[in-house]
Write a protein that binds this ligand. Structure first.
Ligand code: ADP
Ligand code: MG
Length: 312
């Protein structure tokens, strides 16, 4: 079967599945994602809080735990992860979306053997994907489903349509906050939009750049109190924290993952622990703890994704 035929089959399959699996959760709020690779998005609301470093190091940590990892740089108009890892891709997601290259042509290998779908730099058209680009991208990702255990999605900052979209395609959403107040309010704003406008009910909170666990818990508490008070019953899981660590920016300057360059650094050890925790905590959703690649059948039920003004 050639690729085009594969895509057509996938599109047909998605039409069939549309009726049986049209929404992200059933009436009880239980997930009904079909089985497939585990999909985790990492987002934050505010920029510069450590998303790309979390994705890169978590991806590397998963490879050390014998998982096959794919990283999607979903900060589509501003390549990020390849710069952080000192990789220079020949082709990017732009070539894929222009249908000039296939997904396997644009994949690059990163540390630990992770695969990366690199973003483009300065391509404004990619900042808001249209519906057919979204379906095409998901179809292309589906082609990789059997070669991947975990897909990590590094999103852009803010609450753009793309950010919301990638959060909705992932069953698990890790939201990062730091002790800085803007990062806390922006994390809350992201959760608010995803839960009130798009019915996403489960979030995992990771606190970055803290002195210790106590400070992390305080930040988490601020978010969870606001959520309890204003958003009602959401599942807000505390995942853990990454300490502030000077080795991390040192590694960034050398365009390497801190876990690769300084494996004994405190943040590196936290990334390994975080990966282990996530593997132990497979989502209890009856689908074997695995989220899907076959997302495209979910698209017709999306509410329009709106940009929320006033949040960067
Ligand atoms: N745990 C940490 N300790 C020290 N510095 C950090 C930590 N996490 C992030 N940083 C700093 O923040 C910068 C931005 O991180 P990055 O992962 O690019 O954020 P984002 O992807 O959210 O914009 C890094 O280059 C680094 O200097
Ligand atoms: Mg980033």
């Amino acid at each position: 079967m050639d690729q085009a035929e594969g895509l057509r089959t996938l599109m047909e399959k998605s039409k069939d599945e549309k009726n049986s699996c049209p929404v992200f959760s059933d009436k009880k709020g239980e997930s009904i994602y079909p089985k497939g690779p585990r999909v985790i998005s990492v987002s934050s609301g505010k920029g510069g809080v450590g998303k790309t470093n979390v994705v890169a190091n978590l991806a590397l940590a998963f490879t050390r735990l014998q998982k096959r990892v794919l990283v999607l740089d979903a900060d589509l108009g501003l390549a990020n992860i390849n710069i952080l890892l000192g990789l220079v891709p020949r082709y990017t997601i732009e070539h894929l979306l222009l249908r000039e290259k296939s997904v396997s042509d644009i994949l690059i290998k990163g540390p630990g053997g992770m695969s990366i779908i690199p973003a483009s730099s300065g391509v404004l058209e990619l900042v808001d994907l249209n519906e057919s680009q979204k379906i095409f991208l998901l179809n292309e990702l589906d082609l990789l489903a059997e070669t991947v255990d975990i897909l990590l999605i590094d999103t852009a900052a803010g609450i753009s349509a793309n950010v919301l979209y990638f959060n909705l395609t992932a069953e698990e959403s890790i939201v990062i906050a730091t002790p800085e107040p803007p990062s806390i309010t922006d994390a809350y704003a992201l959760i608010k939009v995803l839960s009130t406008k798009h019915k996403k009910k489960k979030f995992t909170i990771l606190i970055n750049s803290v002195r210790n666990g106590q400070e992390a818990k305080e930040v988490y508490k601020k978010i969870s109190m606001a959520v309890d008070r204003f958003l009602g019953s959401l599942s807000l899981d505390y995942l853990g924290f990454i300490p502030f660590d000077e080795s991390l920016p040192k590694a960034v300057k050398q365009q390497r993952a801190v876990l690769e360059l300084y494996p004994q650094a405190i943040s590196s050890r936290s990334f390994m622990e975080l990966a282990r925790t996530l593997l132990e905590k497979a989502p209890a959703n009856g689908s074997g703890g695995i989220a899907p690649f076959s997302w495209k059948h979910l698209l017709p039920d999306h509410q329009p994704l709106e940009k929320v003004e006033g949040v960067n």
